[in-house]
Design a binder for this molecule. Structure first.
Ligand SMILES: C[S@@+](CC[C@H](N)C(=O)[O-])C[C@H]1O[C@@H](n2cnc3c(N)ncnc32)[C@H](O)[C@@H]1O
Length: 229
């Protein structure tokens, strides 16, 4: 059976109310493949900054990581290269990005350290509590619905789990990223959506990224309908 194609008429994003573009937001076709290759170069520093945050956190033993919206798969490669990461699953809605990510990480896939599968932030198709870490870089403002995505990523985490949700920003955003920066009201909405579901949420500014670092307590019960705070 062939992999599902990138959705033909994607839903508008919750931040702009417009359909994600085919270049970088939901890459498709020739233009999308070009966008994917550019992202691999331009966002490389951001992937490393997010990985450094992950490495700085306490991790007990080998972890299982889900990356949502990996695009061309640069961070998937960095994650699978780490000895403290047992297995990585990339969930990506764009068929063209999945193809780039699979090609770039063929050895890790052959070694059963990586799986790249179709899905999106609201519908990963993965079971409850399958991950110690969920990471997503430069996708949150593109999602159609913030709450559906936040709830789904929380559902994937085990007790003690951690979500790193990153967007362009940080202390010194690049010139290319400046038009993409989110205003404080939008960042505040992300933080509120996470606080409804996670036990702690911190906002961290790296050089190029604004990262929401959200954690699940070690012993916790998942409330599917959390009260608004
Ligand atoms: C700007 S690219 C970022 C790619 C990569 N994470 C990076 O930082 O270079 C956005 C990625 O999010 C994916 N995407 C779009 N809509 C999504 C959604 N609703 N859920 C998850 N990923 C989505 C796109 O297909 C694309 O791969």
């Amino acid at each position: 059976m062939s992999a599902p194609a990138t959705p033909a008429s994607p839903a508008p994003s919750w931040t702009t109310g417009t359909t994600p573009n085919r270049f970088a937001a939901l890459p498709a076709g020739r233009l999308g493949r070009l966008g994917g290759r550019l992202m691999r170069l331009l966002n490389r520093g951001q992937q490393r900054e997010v990985l450094a945050l992950l490495a700085a956190g306490e991790v007990d033993g080998a972890v299982e990581v889900v990356e949502v919206g990996p695009g061309p798969g640069a961070l998937l490669g960095l994650l699978t290269a780490r000895a403290d990461v047992r297995r990585v699953i990339g969930v990506e809605p764009s068929v063209d990005m999945r193809a780039l990510a699979i090609r770039a990480n063929a050895a890790a896939i052959a070694a059963a350290r990586l799986e790249v599968r179709p899905g999106d932030a609201a519908t990963t198709g993965l079971p409850d509590g399958c991950a110690d870490v969920v990471v997503s870089v430069n996708t949150v403002a593109i999602w159609p619905d913030l709450d559906s995505g936040a709830g789904e990523l929380r559902r994937l985490l085990r007790p003690g789990g951690r979500l790193l949700l990153s967007w362009h920003g940080g202390r010194a955003p690049s010139r290319a990223a400046r038009p993409l920066l989110l205003d404080e009201a939008t960042l505040g909405r992300i933080e509120t959506a996470l606080r409804r579901r996670f036990d702690t949420v911190e906002r961290t500014m790296t050089r190029r990224c604004t990262v929401f670092d959200a954690r699940v307590a070690r012993a916790t019960r998942l409330d599917p309908n959390p009260p608004a705070r």
